[in-house]
Write a protein that binds this ligand. Structure first.
Ligand SMILES: Cc1cc2nc3c(=O)[nH]c(=O)nc-3n(C[C@H](O)[C@H](O)[C@H](O)COP(=O)(O)OP(=O)(O)OC[C@H]3O[C@@H](n4cnc5c(N)ncnc54)[C@H](O)[C@@H]3O)c2cc1C
Length: 406
């Protein structure tokens, strides 16, 4: 069996890399070192929803209570509204067993919670991976600061511009969605006292605005999606004027409650929405990928981080079952075969969800779009939220073993 003498390098100390470090340590019992290019761990000042499917994993890793304490569980299900604020449908917010409910997390808080669970000695900051090379006795990683080291295996959790990915497949073409989002947080004290502590999404002509509570409801996250060709002419993100965001949702057709929220925003930044087609492969020898490096997806189903968390559990299950270091490539191949199916569906599903929110002009009859949204809610609960990454990986492992010895 692989054990604490098995040395694994995780490249990238984002939400995916840190969860992988926890899972590989607690489930597979291997020795993990996380290399992060930044000189401090951190995240953009915005929110993320930790969904039931990821909470199931965090629960198994013993981290869920900390996440719950740092985050915000809404008062009830979320709502999709039309531009005027009329209800279109309620939103999925819990699994079928009602055991796990969406948690809104301030991203820097989630990084902090996860980092606390990783031995500080195992996190190397200021290490930007320059290259990696497979040698006879392992995988050699070399960093821009000149440090080089040899590991039994390497996991690329280094995000959309992954350097590790380049050693496995040609860089996938980033696909621009045609949309940017304005993101940020609002202090709850700047909103009316009776502002609903739930997720709300207003959907208007080619744009939508979402808000939900974070940090024990002292903050509200917002994400406003609008069409733009901005990322095609320069950087993919940057600071933005609040007046520019307000102008996107100006006009009588928009709910006065939304105008109230927009009035409370003091700061925002914009972010281009990109994804890529599912990769043909994620693993080569003792090198594999996880999170956005493997499957960047649009945020319209709120599943990017949640999939990275599922990846972490599946990876740990397959790695734990490796008899020796020589079996790691096969463990990674099996991990890839199971996770690629799941994430490819969600990559395409996230594109479709974006069209549903923002492009209703493409639907001949908007009522049909609204029906699709209602039906999609039930699918989301059963297909996305009820998924148990550990069980799926363990079942797949049993089948792999059966096939192997049949
Ligand atoms: C508007 C918006 C809303 C979203 N909302 C949600 C949501 O509600 N729920 C959800 O699940 N997902 C959501 N997502 C998606 C989510 O943010 C991403 O899927 C997630 O951040 C990916 O995590 P990761 O750890 O794989 O990659 P990243 O967060 O990109 O982390 C990669 C890390 O690797 C480091 N790194 C990069 N290159 C190197 C290198 N060469 N050497 C060393 N380190 C390196 C980086 O500094 C970084 O720390 C949203 C995304 C957007 C844009």
């Amino acid at each position: 069996m692989v054990d604490s003498r098995t040395r694994i390098a995780v490249i990238g100390g984002g939400m995916g890399g840190l969860t992988a470090a926890i899972a590989l340590d607690r489930i597979a019992g291997v020795q993990v070192t996380v290399f992060e290019q930044a000189t401090a761990l951190g995240e953009v000042g915005a929110g993320v929803t930790v969904a039931p499917n990821a909470q199931r994993v965090l629960d198994a890793l013993g981290v869920l209570d900390q996440v719950r304490r740092a985050g915000a569980t809404p008062d009830g299900h979320g709502v999709y509204l039309d531009a005027s604020g009329a209800l279109v449908t309620d939103a999925a917010w819990e699994d079928s067993a009602k055991q796990y409910r969406n948690i809104g997390m301030y991203r820097p808080d989630l990084i902090e919670v996860l980092a606390r669970e990783v031995d500080g000695e195992s996190i190397r900051l200021g290490h930007r991976l320059a290259s990696l090379r497979t040698e006879e006795s392992g995988v050699r990683v070399t960093f821009e600061n000149g440090v080089t080291d040899l590991f039994d295996a390497v996991i690329g959790a280094d995000g959309i511009h992954s350097v590790v990915r380049r050693s496995i497949v040609p860089d996938p073409e980033p696909v621009y969605s045609g949309y940017i989002v304005y993101r940020g947080v609002v202090d709850a004290s700047h909103l009316p006292a009776d502002w609903p502590r739930i997720s709300q999404v207003w959907m208007g002509e080619q744009r939508h605005f979402m808000c939900y509570p974070l940090q024990q409801r002292t903050l509200f996250n917002f994400v406003a999606g609008v069409p733009s060709d901005r990322p095609l002419h320069g950087p993919w993100s940057g600071p933005a004027d609040v007046s520019e965001l307000r102008a996107e949702f100006a006009g009588e057709m928009w709910d006065t409650r939304l105008q109230r929220f927009l009035g409370a925003i003091e700061k925002t930044f914009w972010w281009g929405l990109f994804d890529h087609e599912p990769l043909r492969n994620w693993s080569h020898g003792a090198v594999t990928l996880l999170g956005d490096a493997a499957h960047t997806m649009l945020p319209h189903q709120g599943q990017g981080v949640n999939q990275a968390i599922e990846d972490s559990m599946a990876l740990a299950v397959f790695l734990k079952a490796a008899d020796t270091v020589a079996d790691i490539p096969e463990a990674f191949r099996r991990y890839t075969s199971v996770r690629m199916q799941r994430t490819a569906i969600l990559q395409h599903g996230s594109r479709r969800a974006g069209w549903m929110f923002d492009a209703q002009h493409e639907f001949a009859d908007r009522r049909k779009r609204d029906t699709d949204l209602r039906v999609g809610r039930d699918f989301r609960r059963s297909a996305v939220f009820d998924y148990d990454a550990r069980k799926v990986a363990e079942r797949a492992l049993a089948r792999f073993r059966k096939e192997q010895y049949a």
